[in-house]
Design a protein around this ligand. Sequence first.
Ligand code: G3P
Ligand code: CA
Length: 238
Amino acid sequence: MYIIAHRGSSSAAPENTIAAFDLAVQQGADYIELDVQLTMDQHVAVIHDDTVDRTSNGSGLVKGYTLDRLKKLDAGSWFHSQYANERIPTLQEILERYSQRVGILIEIKHPKRQIGIEKAVVDIINRFAYSRHIMVQSFDANALQRVKAYAPSLRTAFIIKPSAFKLTKRKLAEYSSFADCLNMKKTMINRWWIDRIHSFGMDVFIWTVKDQKTADRMKTYHIDGVVTDHPPFFLKEK
Ligand code: G3P
Ligand code: CA
């Protein structure tokens, strides 16, 4: 079971920063998970929200910033003053730093409001020798279909919300045409669904584990990956 550090090791360091990703690697995570948004000048920035307000000292939409201006923001002090030097990374920087060291699960955020982001992400990934260990995920099926059209061998994960959880055989067959993995909310998990998803050739990931008790429960399932804010919940026993 892959341990996937959600926005890096985000319980202990500011999410989606080098500090959080370095910590996840040190802790022995198998993958880092991160979120991407386009800047005004079409660079792919690593940030969860579509505004910079919550996770930096700036304000306004990410797409209202050029990369130069975005890079001036402090992306760590909101979490703790010791992280004041953290900056919002680009996807290119992350792949340069980590693609040979750890798996990378890239989530495309709000694709309907970010025209062209799928192609921009695939173009960056293509600069690296990608393998099973770089994946793209989204809540948006159309975005993943576009990713597969640009890069058929790039692995993808479809993130499923409970409201969409009527996994009929027809739906699973459809999902398996553009997704290599279903990433399900932890409240949706049961053994029957796990087996059924596997029978359609897809892996099962679970998001997002934030406590030891849930982590221990997840260890009893035959799942392929678990997204967590705190990798040590799982790695103590490694
Ligand atoms: O891996 C799934 C998870 O990252 C989706 O939720 O809001 O944390 O990006 P969010
Ligand atoms: Ca995410």
